[in-house]
Write a new protein. Structure first.
Length: 211
């Protein structure tokens, strides 16, 4: 289960990837670096008329049945799209793209990182998001109201399977797939819940810590 990724694409570079489309940047300053669960990170989503770049908190609301206390730490990866819990957030209005440069899968003693085999390939996780959700994420903070996101997982490709045989994030590298995920009916968009082709990823060293 991917619980760590790295994001180094600049805001201007993100806007250039969607050249020809209107995108409003509401993310403020996006610092490059590693992203952990429950942290704020950039996502691209609909604003009602066009696209917007914003920051959201990693971890969608958990099903109430799995919570043992009032605290909801959030669900970071989503696999079962037939679950009634996720169905309400599968329409285009709740879909998002999560910029990612490399991602990690846990191994004994640390993490194995994965990045595109072709270094300049832009990648996005296929994500879902909800806005203005009130919950207790941390007991010390009490109730907070946040924009939240998570991303889909699927069966692994060959590179990820060698390290983590159960799953990998759903990664989109083709602009046509970005458009499909953001706008198509779920019956069409759900077909993107598939692994990257074998050899599309390379096992790489951990990215350097931000200075």
């Amino acid at each position: 289960m991917c619980n760590l990724y790295n994001q180094t694409t600049t805001q201007e570079a993100m806007r250039q990837l969607f050249k020809g489309l209107t995108m409003t940047d509401r993310a403020g300053n996006v610092a490059p670096g590693k992203v952990y669960p429950d942290q704020l990170a950039p996502i691209i989503r609909h604003d009602g008329n066009s696209l917007e770049l914003v920051k959201a908190r990693w971890g969608m609301p958990a099903p109430p049945s799995v919570l043992k206390t009032q605290r909801d730490p959030g669900v970071i990866n989503v696999r079962n799209l037939t679950s009634p819990h996720w169905r309400r957030w599968l329409g285009p209005v709740h879909r998002c793209l999560v910029p990612v440069t490399a991602f990690a899968e846990p191994i004994k003693g640390g993490n194995q990182w994965f990045a595109p085999s072709e270094a300049e390939t832009p990648m996005f996780f296929a994500g879902i998001e909800v806005r203005g959700w009130t919950s207790v994420r941390k007991v010390k903070d009490g109730e907070t109201t946040d924009d939240l996101y998570a991303f889909l997982t699927c069966a692994p490709n060959a590179e990820v399977k060698s390290v983590h045989p159960k799953a990998m994030p759903v990664i989109l590298t083709d602009p046509r797939d970005w458009e499909t995920w953001l706008s198509a009916p779920i019956e069409v968009a759900s077909k993107l819940q598939r692994p990257l082709p074998d050899s599309a990823l390379a096992l790489v060293d951990a990215p350097p810590e931000a200075s």
